[in-house]
Design a protein around this ligand. Structure first.
Ligand code: NBP
Length: 479
């Protein structure tokens, strides 16, 4: 077969199929392959008129249909299937060719695959793609890792199909090897935190104020016109405003209250533990989903004593404003923590990730797209080594203004029995970060007492140990 396709996609389930269509719609000739032929045939039959597709029945035929250097996007189930496809594909490729994994791979797998394929002079580009199936078709946010050389060949193609905000594509070279998948992982972690905080806001308005879902939908609709403007807030209004076709009840009242997870939130927290970055917002969100799924425990605990959750409030406008401010402040904390994790990962793996650029490519196409990402971009553009988003002037002021509301909401939730793990831990993180002195000094004292783990002093250099068992408890220098 003549070499005719500029890029190929193997794996034509929802994501691969839509990505291939997006590429074709942008004028790229796209080679198609799927393990089982039916998906390839269906794509050509249903959408063949959208652009130039070059279908194939085998991997050999697929590779032969690509112009050189070959560019292949793998869009299969992450894990074993990705390895299986690489095993079949790589021997057919030649030095300089580019293999892209667009699935939700664990970044350490991407590092392993990249190192392995580099030995054969193949470029392996682990690429985060966010936006779900709609994003894949109409413009996702794309986070490619891999070599700069691979990006030269691949970048223009990916940028042409990515979402675009103010003339800037939501796609940029993130950094070497696993950087793209790492950033996508943290993106998903932030998505977990954001959804948890939105859920807590809903719960407060529902249980604290006794509002109906349809009325809460209107509140979210209003919030979506200000600082909180974001895809997730927008679709919250849609979900809350939707009535179940069968029963006529609000759909949210018919859906089982046990949230599921595919694992990227958990990966984010596991990585954060390794890196020593306190991503409390993401962790609380992952654990809140886990708690929601523990049906037996929840049934057994339903009669535990405690307040009912109703605050008996008279001024609903003031309360709604408080919840809004608490949501905003907690969101800033969650994003600040996520960006801290990207910086820590970048340092640990020498990726040199530009944090402002990550905020830029998340402004469109992806699930956490939001107006305030512009502010995050500005903050990191102003100061690349910003120690925390919270100390950027804009966010310091915004969170400062939200603070009284935030404290009222968290205190009230504790008093009236509404679970707000996201709001409460975000506020504790904020207070921990700004504390003049932390009880960590006592922790060090205890560690020295029971385990001779030593401590440092505020007034002189070196490490010290108190001889706790000796009379007079003398202190010795351990340097
Ligand atoms: P799935 O994750 O459901 O995977 C189905 C595809 O994998 C099919 O093409 C299937 O081929 C292929 N496949 C499997 Br399963 N095992 C294979 C093997 N051993 N060898 C070759 N092919 C194999 O597809 P998806 O939902 O389109 O997602 C694709 C990737 O994109 C995943 O990694 C996913 O995590 C990621 N992602 C998904 C979303 C989303 O919203 N769905 C968003 C962002 C990223 P077959 O047709 O022959 O069974």
């Amino acid at each position: 077969m003549a070499e005719q396709a500029q890029i190929g996609v193997t794996g034509l389930a929802v994501m691969g199929r839509n990505l291939a269509r997006n590429l074709a719609r942008h004028g790229h000739a796209v080679a198609l392959h799927n393990r089982s032929q039916a998906r390839t045939d269906a794509l050509v039959a249903e959408h063949g008129d959208e652009g130039t597709f070059v279908p194939s029945t085998s991997m050999q035929e697929f590779v032969a249909s690509l112009e050189r250097p070959r560019r292949v996007i793998i869009m299969v189930k992450a894990g074993g299937p990705t390895d299986a496809v690489i095993e079949e594909l790589a021997p057919l490729m030649e030095p300089g060719d580019v293999i892209v994994d667009g699935g939700n791979a664990l970044f350490t797998d991407t590092r392993r695959r990249e190192a392995e394929l580099r030995k054969a002079d193949l470029h392996f580009v682990g690429t985060g793609i966010s936006g779900g199936e709609e994003g894949a078709l109409h413009g996702p946010s794309i986070m490619p890792g891999g070599s700069a050389q691979a990006y030269e060949s691949l970048g223009p193609l990916l940028e042409s199909i990515a979402a675009n905000v103010d003339g800037t594509p939501c796609c940029t070279h993130v950094g070497p090897d696993g950087a793209g998948h790492f950033v996508k992982m943290v993106h998903n972690g932030i998505e977990y935190a954001d959804m948890q905080l939105i859920g807590e806001s809903y719960d407060l308005l529902r249980n604290g104020l006794g509002m109906a879902p349809g009325d809460i939908a209107n509140v979210f609709r209003q919030w979506n016109s200000g600082d909180l403007e974001s895809y997730l807030v927008e679709i919250t209004a849609e979900v809350l405003g939707h009535a179940d076709h069968d029963t006529g009840k609000p759909l949210v009242d018919v859906i089982t209250d046990a949230a599921e997870q595919k694992g990227t939130g958990r990966w984010t927290v596991q990585s954060a533990l390794d890196l020593g970055v306190p991503v409390t917002g993401i962790a609380e969100a992952v654990f809140a989903r886990a708690l929601s799924g523990h049906a037996e425990q929840r049934v057994a605990a339903r009669e535990l004593p405690g307040p009912s959750g109703n605050w008996g409030l008279s001024n609903s406008d003031a309360f709604i404003a408080d919840v809004r401010n608490a949501l905003y402040a907690s969101k800033v904390v969650a994003y600040a923590q996520g960006f801290d994790q990207i910086r820590a990962g970048s340092e640990a793996y020498a990726w040199n990730v530009n944090l402002g650029a990550m905020a830029t490519i998340w402004r469109g196409g992806c699930i956490i797209r939001a107006r305030f990402l512009d502010r995050i971009r500005e903050a990191y553009d102003k100061r690349g080594d910003l120690p925390s988003l919270l100390v950027d002037d804009y966010f310091t002021e915004a969170v400062g203004q939200a603070q009284a509301s935030w404290r009222r909401v968290v205190a009230g939730a504790a008093q009236y029995g509404v679970p707000v793990p996201g709001f409460a831990s975000a506020l504790s993180y904020y207070d921990g970060l700004r504390a003049q002195r932390l009880p960590a000094a006592l922790t060090q004292g205890l560690r020295d007492f029971f385990g001779a783990h030593t401590y440092r002093r505020t007034d002189k250099d070196g490490t010290f140990h108190t001889l706790w068992a000796e009379e007079g408890r003398p202190e010795v220098s351990t340097d």
